[in-house]
Structure formats: C-alpha cells, structure tokens
Design a protein around this ligand. Sequence first.
Ligand code: NBP
Length: 475
Amino acid sequence: NQAVIGVVGLAVMGENLALNLANHNFRTAVYNRTVSKVDDFISGRGAGKPVTGCRTIEEFTAALETPRKILLMVKAGAPVDACIAELLPHLQPGDIIMDGGNSFYLDTVRRERELKKQGILYLGVGISGGEEGALNGPSLMPGGNRDGWPAVEPILKTIAAQVDGVPCCEWVGPEGAGHFVKMVHNGIEYADMQLIAEAYGYMRDALKFNNEKIHRIFSNWSRGELAGYLLDITSDIFTFKDPESGALLLDKILDAPGQKGTGRWTSVAALETNTPVPTLTQAVFQRNLDADKELRIRGAQLLPGAAPDENDPMTADEIAEEISALESALYCSKLCAYAQGFALLKAAEREYGWPLNYGELALLWRGGCIIRARFLNDIKAAYDREPGLENLMFDEFFRDAVKRRQDGWRYAVAASALFGAAMPATASALGYYDSIRRADSPSNLIQAQRDYFGAHTFERKDRLRGEFFHNNWTH
Ligand code: NBP
C-alpha cells in the first residue's frame, strides 16, 4: 500500500496540506525532522485517514510509489537545502521534489538547475491561503521542471480551491516562475491590506466615525465591486470583542505590524528589474514605519500637523459623499497595485525568459488565496481582450472604471493631505496613475541636471532617439 505522495514538514502548512491530500483519498506519507510531531499527527488529526507516518527519511522514501512525489513544507531558506540533501541519497532519477514553502525565487532557480543534473525533477510551488486554504483548498502556483508536472497535476488540481468548477492551480512557467508569481501575489497582498487600513484610518481619524459605522461601511463595500476575502475579514474583525474588557478587540491591538519578508522581496525584485511598483513598496515601507511605535509617539509630540477647520457637523449627504470618495479611492488604488504587480510579472519574461499567462494567473488567485476577489474576473477578461496588454490600467473596462471614480479618488487623497491623516499608499497609487498618463514628464530637467554636473548627456525631443548630446553648461 504505497503512498501516492509524501509531505516533509508537519508544521501548520504541512499538516493541513497532508490532511487535504488524505481527505481526497491520496495516501500520504509524512515525515518531520522532530519525529514526535509525526507521532502526534498519526494519533491526532491524521487518525483514521490514509496517512503513513514515517520516523526516518529511509522509511519515508521507501513508503512512496515511484516516481516519488515529495512536497517539502519546511521553513524557507537553509532548511529546504538541508531537506533536499537528506533526501537525495534515497531518490532515483525521475523522482519529483516540490517546494511548497515561500522560497526566494532565485533559490528555486538554483535548486532546479542543480537537481536537474541528477535527474531529479524540481518544482517550486507557490502556495497561498494560509492554514485554512491548505486544509480546504489553497491557490497553487506550480513552476519549475515541466517534466515533473504531468505526474503531480491531477493531485494538485484536486486539492486546490475550485471556483466555478475551475481549480485555482495551473502550470505557471519554468525555473523559479512559481515562486516569483507567489512573491508578486504577496506584494499585492501587502498593498491591498495597507490600502484598506488607510481607508479605516481616514474614517477613524479624519471623519471620526465610530467602529459600528466603519463596520457597516466595510460590510457594504464587501458586497460591491470591491468584494473579496480581505474586505470580508476586515468587516468581520469589527465584530470581535476583547474577552477581557468587552471593548472591540481591534482597539486593543498594538499598531505595530509584523512582516515575514515576502513583500520586501517583491520590492527588491522590482528594483532589480527596473519595474516601478510604488504602491507595493509603499506598503512595505509603511509596515516598517508603523512598526516603530516609539518614533511615532515622539513625532506626535514634536511635529506640528495640519489644523483642519472645526466645521459644523457634516450633513448626511456630505457623509455619503466622503464614503463614496473613499470607496473610489480604494478601488482605483487597488487597481493600480494590481497593475504594478502585473507589470512586475511581465518583467519576469524580460529578465528571466519566463513568459507568463497573465489572465490565467488572475484565475489562480480567484480562490484559496488571501487576495481572492471578484475583481480578478475583470482582470482575466482584460487579458482575454488583449493578452499583450501593456499596462492593466490601459484596458477599456478599467479605463472606464477609473473615469467614473477618479474625482472621488482625487478628493480623498487631497482631503487626507489637508487633514494630515496619512494615506501614503493611496496617494502613491494616484501618483502612479498620473505619471503613466503624462506624455510630458518633468524629467527633461533631471536630464539637464545630470548633464550639468556629470556630463551624462541627453537625447533631444527634436532629434532621433539614441542620439546623445552634451551641453557646456558652465562656459
Ligand atoms: P514553518 O515555516 O514554521 O517551518 C517549520 C517546519 O520546518 C517544521 O516542520 C520544522 O521541523 C521544519 N524545519 C526547520 Br524550521 N528546519 C529544518 C531543517 N533544517 N530540516 C528539516 N526540517 C526543518 O512552517 P509553516 O508555517 O507550516 O510554513 C511552511 C512553509 O510554507 C514556509 O516556507 C512558509 O513561509 C510557507 N507558507 C506559510 C503560510 C502560512 O500561512 N503559515 C502560507 C503559505 C506558505 P521541526 O518540527 O523539526 O522544527
């Protein structure tokens, strides 16, 4: 009774994925460095399911049918290399190793190339959806050595989230493409979360709405065009009471955000490939800035802010307008964040030769993952209309969507600036939008400055591109 697949690493993700596989009747062998976790799993959540607990690597590799299909779910970085080194002496050519962790995509490129030389088929599989997704259906972004795909395709497609009968799992591309796509997903996730938090901050600090009102607004938005998992959970968060005080739990949570680094990788990859992703990067910077609570407390004491007029209370119409402007700002900024993320995906083709199917990627993210949202259907439709779309913002549907909303977006950014209630990611998105629609940028001045101090030369508007000139500015 050989196992169809094996999972190495029984922490949160590995354990839930092993259960997901077993629940779909794939006999699953499991192994974990700390062997007691195997025993706990077999006698606990895995009891009565088609799982084979293995206490050594030898037992584990012997328990698997060939070619072996092994899913690594260990901490990203050195642990992945350690697991591969431990497995290798017990594998044979044609065996498949999948890394389902949040590995850095260039590590995946290196591992795939090294293992190919030994006949081992290596796949970097981006997995999103956290604990719940892992158990009930994650979004899966497999890439790497395509020769390994046919054997694992039916398994991965079965355990993935399904939306309208379509599994959120499709081959992404060669080498590190799967992990690259997962990384960009996480970068978009950072921006998405930050934009929602900024709308909350504006409602709380500038509009002085109470939590009940903010809850109603998020809950309304979550049923409209912004519908998606992150707004659902945001709305839900406003219903949780702190068991100790009875107050809203959110009000008790320290405003010092954590991060595990995948958002930062997205920004680094963007810088390395000269791809502007200001909203995604602003979201990472904002986590850094907000994490320094002490600095902000000192800043609050030392730095003067705006002095907004203490006007009469707003009328119901004015309040409705403010809310509608904020919703427009969130929609348009979110769209810019996706446009930046997809531009970075495009850079993977340029930089690494990984042609990606952008519409297909939007479908992968419709279920299972954190950024799942109704909106992704519109992105898929945009790439169906024009697979080579230069920038997501150029699509006719989105151009029209922004046309209808841009007044509200501009108002929200301006009002937050006047009030001094920072909405840096929202503002950066508007800056991105206004920059990509400006045929004449002020960078002629930058070129003049560079030529002035460093003789870096410039091209001229009245000459062909590629002809460079230098002016003697100091004669
Ligand atoms: P962790 O990232 O916390 O990793 C813990 C696992 O790694 C344990 O099984 C541990 O074994 C094993 N491990 C370590 Br640490 N060093 C090892 C080594 N040198 N050799 C062998 N095994 C080693 O687990 P997780 O939160 O389940 O996440 C797994 C992967 O999935 C990560 O890459 C994570 O970034 C990614 N991911 C997580 C989520 C999420 O929501 N948590 C979502 C999507 C992707 P031990 O028990 O012996 O210490």
